[in-house]
Design a protein around this ligand. Structure first.
Ligand code: R5P
Length: 301
């Protein structure tokens, strides 16, 4: 089965660089948009091919999700032998449970839709919750950008740094980074009030007079980071603060909010495109080689 990379518009640049790592070119696909907003993706002949559809379902989340579903269906109908959905950033993962009666479980519904559209397997990077895998009946390969982020920072992480998880959900990622840096971990106690506000209630761990490295899966509005920095300063952290996060959604005033914080470096990955005018202080590292390695492994399997 010939290997094919189908690029979605949610991470077209990453799809192209991943294809390059595999000594290929991404497929020349099109996505027409009807005047009413409907999407109409189109792929070439994929008969019996091993197809990887790369699409991050970041902003605009619903449009990119529907584009992924339609691409999966198009690949199936074009005769693909096997179709793997690669969602470097997986939207709706935060809706993995019902916090209140009357809510949907968005992650589960999304998982069902991806399987129904024709995916044989799914590849994701640092999903918001490890619960995500259990929502799929198809096999899920979970990758991490932590080694990429840590190797970017390794030479400049100050002596005595404490790795900080800005909430309980980020503890696993923070622990992974800390293990590579041989550093201790602290955790901010945070509760989310709404999509744009959070409440903190202290810190587990000691950061007094210590540099900190805040590790999170995603930066969306930036309120989590803002709140974490306030808690860390209140607990005596040294001014030397760095942020490493896998997915930079940077919605609304996020860039402004982050620019106002006393951060030495903000390092993220290219799971989401930063458009033509990214903030100058944002350091973006590619996970293309991580994806390409995974594709190579999956093909050998
Ligand atoms: C926790 O819920 C996540 O790990 C992130 O901390 C959070 O989603 C980031 O969102 P925001 O930047 O809007 O606070």
């Amino acid at each position: 089965m010939a290997l094919r990379i189908v690029p979605g518009r949610g991470c077209a640049h990453l799809a192209a660089t991943t294809a390059q790592c595999l000594h290929l070119e991404a497929e020349a696909c099109s996505v027409e948009q009807f005047p009413d907003g409907e999407l109409r993706p189109c792929v070439g002949d994929l008969r019996d091919d091993d197809v990887y559809v790369l699409q991050s379902t970041g902003p605009p989340v619903n449009e990119h999700l529907v584009e992924l579903l339609l691409f999966l269906d198009a690949c199936r109908r074009a005769g693909a032998g096997r179709v793997t959905a690669v969602a470097p950033y997986f939207g709706y993962a935060r809706q993995d449970r019902r916090d209140r009666a009357g809510e949907a479980i968005g992650a589960r519904t999304t998982a069902d839709a991806i399987s129904a559209a024709g995916a044989d397997r799914l590849v994701i990077v640092d999903p918001h919750t490890s619960m995500l895998e259990s929502m799929f009946a198809i096999p899920v390969e979970t990758l991490t950008a932590v080694p990429t982020l840590v190797s970017t920072l390794a030479g400049t992480v100050s002596e005595g740094t404490v790795v900080v998880a800005p909430d309980l959900g980020a503890v696993k990622l923070a622990e992974r980074a800390a293990a590579r840096l041989h550093a201790p971990v602290a955790v901010v106690r945070k509760a989310r009030i709404s999509g744009t506000s959070v409440r903190t209630s202290g810190l587990l761990g000691d950061v007094a007079d210590r540099p900190v490295l805040i590790v999170d899966d995603m930066i969306s509005t930036g309120v989590t980071l803002e709140a974490a920095v306030q808690v860390l300063l209140a607990h005596g952290a040294a001014g030397d603060m760095t942020v490493a996060a896998t997915h930079a959604l940077l919605v609304g005033d996020a860039a402004k909010r982050l620019a106002a914080l006393p951060l030495r470096r903000v390092v993220v990955t290219d799971t989401l495109s930063q458009g033509t005018d990214p903030p100058p202080w944002l350091e973006v590292r590619s996970v293309a080689s991580v994806l390409a390695d995974a594709v190579g492994r999956l093909r050998r399997d």
